[in-house]
Design a protein around this ligand. Sequence first.
Ligand code: PLP
Length: 434
Amino acid sequence: MAGEDAFQYRDGELFCEEVPARRIAEQYSTPCYVYSARSFVTRYRRIRDAFAACDPLVCFSMKSCGNLSVLKLLAGAGSGFDVASGGELYKVLLAGADARKTVFAGVGKTSGEIEYALKQRIFMFNVESRAELACINDVASRLGERATVAIRVNPDVEPHTHEKIATGKAEAKFGIDIGQTEDLVADAADWAGTDIRGVHFHLGSLISSVEPYVAALAKIVGLIERLRSAGCNVDRLNIGGGFCVSYTGEEVTSAEEYAAAVQTYLEKSDCKVIIEPGRYIAGNSGLLLTRVIYRKETESGKRFAVCDAAMTDLIRPTLYGSFHRIWPVRSEAGLPEVVRPGKNPVGAASAEVVDVVGGVCETGDFLAKDRALPPLKEGELLAVFDAGAYGFAMSSNYNARPRAAEVLVEGGECRLVRRRETYEGLVRLEKEFL
Ligand SMILES: *Cc1c(COP(=O)(O)O)cnc(C)c1O
């Protein structure tokens, strides 16, 4: 199973490492995110080792899973971080990250965020526009600092992923066109407070094949050569994240395959290589536990399992049409090895086709549609698998729903790493103004 075997059925019970999922639900209630420390660290090491030939700086993209204890765990394993805001920088530093292993991307960095990051002496900024470079240059000059930047280039390649998570096509808001990058560097005199040392690209998320990386690098390596000829000392190449994970149990492109496909380009670039995996490390390393509150059936025979987790806890299904395997925590046969959209893994006789939904006042509030599952009982515990990335991180308080608890498992130990939010917490910032 995915998650480097961190989540497994034993004698009909789901375990996270050595801890029964049922025990976690009883102790911390539901909905509850459960993370495997072993899986996070194993996946971090695996992608680092896959790229070992170029000794990369691995910067975990913390927007995928930003729990402080998870960040601390990865910082302890040697990971650097990719942050997308001042708030994310604050969190990784609080968790013990080394600022010198932190990169900062995003199209809308404010001068306040830039000043904060400069003062913390981060590794580099990934700059997304000429206007932003001018701002970084101004702030650095004012502070008497020098900013180190990589130009985030938009290589205009088709990543073959969901349109909302494709970031490297010409029409996306991200990065700077290749031609404009050369113009920018030609105006070096304008950037006296800034060292332009790198080229960065990030193609998007959940990129299922090596081709988009190869296509991008073919363009980028040529660009680096031209920038050097123009007198710009480029010595850092950041190839972003986007490495896929399996949501069905099927094999997907491995870290080793990505690394092998781009190896010659990375060597040719003669740069320090940076990679920014988010989902690759977090995706299979967590699941969401939820309880079925009610069953209901319409006149026409449509069935619903109404759960205590909702789109506010996991928005991926309704935002991206994403597929997550969902299965009862107690199951004699365990989770089928592969569960694909539209396929019945149960066997026609015993399956029941249901929409797994939450309690939010939106028709778009679902975790799964038309899903064949063993017949569910009210009160039954379900696991929503592969929810470690962009799960809790994208949760909200819509409908005044307190956010879920987060639990980290290490071997036979499990501990709370984020309390379930309370009603009081929901009004904390408003109550004083009544
Ligand atoms: C989101 C993001 C990543 C991580 O993407 P994954 O698909 O989670 O690996 C890496 N780099 C940048 C700049 C990002 O915005």
